[in-house]
Design a protein around this ligand. Structure first.
Ligand code: PGA
Length: 258
């Protein structure tokens, strides 16, 4: 019942894939396949920085929104290689993935920088998709809940109740990303419900019920229906399967039925 209180969101996370012509072709293929979801759920393509302008132009007038895959927390300055929130909003970008486990693992992202990026995104009017998730050995050591509770608390530090309504949380168990090892429906539901309980502690139940919580990690056209039918899973952050228009659209359809 509470599912009606929030928006389901299917977001593609293209990672470091697609040149501009390839991005244009993929989006042109996705658009008609997901048009039926218009007004029912949100469909987003999070693409590399170099594809953002192309993506905004190609998706204009459609129900596909555009997201970036990272954002820096300073407004401007001597931060070689970084992109600010204002640079993204000026192009017409609406969402941004923050704290993806690949950034945490390979690029030194910490909960502190995730928190700073989240606040900078919100201040600029971008909607952050904040990624949390445990490593395999953390799950094996039975500390998944401690890890997730800590990430939620730190990543959302100083984010107000009003602002958190514009935050999307993506639960992505690190062991399930790009590995083909998807969490079971029950495992994913358990942690998404736990995340909502943490949000309720911080912001109250009403606000927690309004926050979209996605599952991510090897979600595909075959396993999506069971995951998306879970009461606390409000969509998905899709890596590999978002690069195939047909597969991505099957996941979007499952979320509409969700
Ligand atoms: P995957 O990636 O679907 O390829 O596992 C998900 C993600 O990293 O967001």
């Amino acid at each position: 019942m509470n599912k009606a209180k929030r928006k389901a969101i299917i977001a593609g996370n293209w990672k470091m894939n697609k040149t501009r012509p390839e991005a244009k072709a993929l989006l042109e293929a996705i658009k008609p396949l997901v048009a039926d979801a218009n007004g029912k759920i949100e469909v987003i393509a999070c693409v590399p920085f170099t594809n953002l302008e192309t993506a905004v132009n190609v998706t204009a007038g459609s129900n596909v929104k555009v997201g970036a895959e990272n954002v820096h927390f300073e407004k401007s300055g001597a931060f070689t290689g970084e992109i600010s929130a204002d640079m993204l909003t000026e192009i017409g970008v609406e969402y941004v993935v923050i704290g993806h486990s690949e950034r945490r693992q390979y690029f030194g992202e910490t909960d502190e920088t995730v928190n700073k990026r989240t606040k900078a995104a919100l201040a600029a009017g971008l909607k952050p998709i904040v990624c949390v998730g445990e490593l395999l050995w953390e799950r094996e050591c039975n500390i998944t809940e401690e890890v997730i509770a800590r990430q939620i608390k730190l990543d959302l530090f100083d984010v107000t109740a009003e602002q958190v309504k514009n935050v999307v949380i993506a639960y992505e168990p690190v062991w399930a990303i790009g590995t083909g090892k998807v969490a079971t429906d029950e495992q994913a539901q358990e942690v998404c419900a736990f995340i909502r309980a943490q949000l309720a502690k911080l912001y109250g139940q009403d606000i927690a019920d309004a926050v979209t919580i996605q599952y991510g990690g090897s979600m595909n056209a075959k396993n999506c229906a069971g995951l998306l039918a879970q009461p606390d899973i409000d969509g998905g952050l899709i890596g590999g399967a978002s690069l195939k228009a047909e597969d991505f659209s099957i996941i979007v359809k499952a979320a509409v039925e969700g």
